[in-house]
Ligand binder design. Structure first.
Ligand code: GF9
Length: 366
């Protein structure tokens, strides 16, 4: 095969999967939290070097208990590797021009850190890299933070000159992602009797944001709503639905309605059958496995929501890994550098890094 032969000595086309990451073991919880509260792209605290240590130290016991309850650690690395391996196999088939494709993983708060991924790419002699955020919807607190960290790492390691970079910065309505999500919902609905299904409603639940971030102009709430709208269209709007926001912490105002309040309100109105859909994360994580299953699931059942069900995360779902490969192929086919949304900073953004990161990933013409 001539195509295969031509590609033997070529360095791989890198597909860099970025996400926040989670503590793989209970011993990793403190470091994970310390890194999270040290992230100045996520939050600015007074005396952050000291306060981040203090907050992490104070919160570690409770978070450790939660991870203990879901099997002793976060499965995100396990699932991301599976997704990456499946994706690269499909990509080699559907896009032989850029084969071989190799996935790398850059987590923001645990190993493999961005610097680790960049070292691996350097060792492999990578010359072309596609950054593929694993958050479907863009938020400055998630994808924004990962890309700022990547920009810093690329500059420090001198990988700005000899690597051609492009980014897939969001994919909230990609048809493959919508299809995979809709299928997971249908599979859950099939567990009801026809009578139960008739009165079921869908509650989409996404991680909330502080209102200060929303009001700065963060695009995440609108992009999550766009995902929800596309999924509901795909389901022919067969069920009533609501979008709710979970996991808020601390005293400041967050985007609502809160998932837990919606559960209480619906229970009070006599709702029995509720299918909750985690919509902003593609693999199992503490917010679904602990918060939705253990905490809210328990409360919902106690309040009379006897038909409480949680839709499975996409994990290694084949429709989804095919969608991942399609997203990268379409990006490469279009010779895209960024989405059209990427260069526009939040109307109220005052971060210098956000400006530099945007310049870097925009000027770097493919
Ligand atoms: C988020 C997804 C996951 C300070 C709290 C003390 C801030 C924050 C988040 C979470 C969005 C989508 C996570 C802050 C400031 N955020 N948590 N943002 N965002 N805590 O901006 Cl999938």
């Amino acid at each position: 095969m001539s195509t295969a032969n031509q590609n033997v000595n070529r360095p791989p086309t890198a597909v860099l999967l970025t996400n926040m990451g989670g503590p793989a073991t209970l011993d990793d919880v403190h470091n994970f939290l310390h890194n999270l509260f040290s992230d100045r792209d996520l939050m600015q605290l007074p005396f952050q070097n000291y306060l981040s240590k203090f907050i992490a130290y104070r919160r570690t016991p409770k978070i450790k208990e939660q991870y203990a309850a879901i099997g002793g650690g976060s499965p995100i690395l396990h699932w991301t590797r599976k997704q990456g391996q499946a994706m690269e196999k499909i990509l080699d088939k559907i896009r032989p021009e850029t084969a071989p494709h190799k996935h790398y993983i850059a987590f923001r708060y645990v190993e493999p850190y961005t610097s680790t991924a960049l070292e691996q790419m350097k060792a492999d002699g990578v010359e072309r890299a596609v950054v593929f955020t694993q958050y479907p919807q863009y938020s400055c607190s998630t994808t924004g933070s990962s890309l700022n960290e990547l920009y810093r790492g690329v500059s420090e390691m001198g990988m700005d000159k000899n690597v051609r970079w492009s980014i897939i910065d969001r994919w909230p309505t990609h048809p493959g992602f919508i299809e995979a999500t809709a299928k997971k919902i249908e599979a859950k609905m099939a567990e009801y009797t026809p009578e139960e299904r008739e009165t079921a409603l869908i509650m989409f639940s996404a991680h909330s944001l502080p209102m200060s971030v929303v009001n700065r102009g963060d695009p995440y709430p609108a992009e999550v709503a766009a995902t929800v709208d596309h999924v509901m269209k795909r389901l022919d709007n067969k069920y009533p639905h609501r979008l709710c926001w979970q996991s808020q912490v601390g005293p400041m105002p967050w985007l609502g309605p809160q998932t837990v309040d919606a559960i209480r309100g619906l229970a009070a109105k006599g709702q029995k059958n509720v299918v909750v859909v985690p919509i902003a994360f593609t693999s199992d994580h503490i917010e679904t496995l602990f918060e939705l299953d253990h905490e809210y699931g328990k409360e919902a059942k106690e309040l009379g929501i006897s038909g409480w069900k949680r839709v499975d995360a996409l994990n290694d779902d084949e429709t989804f890994t095919q969608a991942m490969a399609d997203i990268v192929k379409e990006h490469l086919d279009k010779n895209e550098v960024t989405s059209n949304q990427w260069p526009l900073r939040c109307p109220d953004c005052e971060s210098d890094v956000c400006e530099e990161t945007r310049e870097f990933f925009t000027d770097n013409k493919s």
